[in-house]
Design a protein around this ligand. Structure first.
Ligand SMILES: Nc1nc2c(c(=O)[nH]1)N[C@H]1C(S)=C(S)[C@@H](COP(=O)(O)O)O[C@H]1N2
Ligand SMILES: [Mo]
Length: 258
């Protein structure tokens, strides 16, 4: 597998991913096999994809310290409360390891300390739940782009999947476990971080300890809490019920842009 770490080559792949997701006409073009052989077609396709990418690349609004909410709200699972999770929590998550695998050149097992040594970002943003409430909080975390650069994405990777410690719905087939997925455009967005701090303190359990996704251009349900494993994949069709996330499997939109 080829490690693709430079910004430029990543951008080419993000454009390819963006194109195949958003532009059905271009998708047909790509599938026709003419891309790469016909330069004019490829340029048109890149231009369209780029326009779309620029929109997706815009930053979500950020706020100042004085805007931070007085109260925060936790939703869905507020404590995974399994034996394994409780043991990790009791040890202050020093034994917790984030597994990074799938279509990567270097599978990783990272401690919180490892994550803290990755390039970070701090942001004060508004969390919007699909239920209609919101709050503003300060988040600090490792940039997902930096983690993926460390792992080295394979050229076949299209999505990043987050597996969580909690089961939100008890089902016979195990499809009640929380998970989520995002594309590479969102994965590389500067505000997409794996947060280990909330309001200058270690992330509390109700808000996803020890690690949760912040994906500021989308609704709350995309922001996986209690992350245990991250996989790069080519497709999420064969994961759980196949729609790319716990709530997506129950009818919600996969792309929950705000
Ligand atoms: N693992 C996990 N992640 C999750 C959920 C959940 O139940 N389990 N709920 C989602 C929903 S619907 C929202 S609005 C936010 C809530 O985050 P908060 O508890 O920090 O407010 O987490 C999201 N991520
Ligand atoms: Mo939500």
């Amino acid at each position: 597998m080829e490690a693709l770490t430079s910004r430029r080559r990543w951008l080419q792949r993000a454009l390819a991913a963006a194109g195949s997701l958003a532009l059905s006409a271009c998708d047909r073009l790509a599938n026709s096999g003419r891309v790469g052989s016909a330069l004019d077609a490829e340029e048109t396709w890149t231009k369209h994809a780029q326009r779309w990418l620029l929109g997706r690349d815009a930053l979500a609004p950020e706020f100042s310290e004085k805007d931070i909410s007085k109260e925060f709200r936790s939703n869905g699972t507020t404590d995974p409360d399994t034996d394994a999770y409780n043991r990790l929590a009791q040890g202050g998550f020093t034994d917790w390891r984030l597994q990074v695998g799938g279509l990567v050149e270097h599978p990783l097992r990272l401690s919180l300390q490892d994550l803290r040594s990755l390039p970070s970002r701090t942001q004060i943003t508004r969390h919007d739940c699909v239920e209609g409430w919101s709050f503003i909080a300060k988040w600090k975390g490792a940039r997902l782009s930096a983690l993926l650069a460390r792992a080295g994405l394979a050229s076949s990777a299209r999505y990043i999947v987050f597996y969580c410690a909690d089961t939100l719905e008890i089902t016979l087939d195990g499809t009640g476990q929380y998970y989520e997925s995002i594309d590479l455009v969102d994965a590389m967005h500067p505000q997409t971080i794996l947060a280990y701090e909330m309001n200058d303190r270690p992330l509390p359990i109700p808000y996803g300890a020890p690690l949760r996704l912040r994906l500021e251009r989308q609704l709350g349900y995309k922001m996986a809490k209690y992350i245990m494993r991250i996989d790069a994949v080519a497709s999420f069709k064969d994961i759980s019920r196949g729609h790319g996330g716990f709530w997506e499997d129950r009818g919600y939109a996969w792309y929950a842009g705000i």
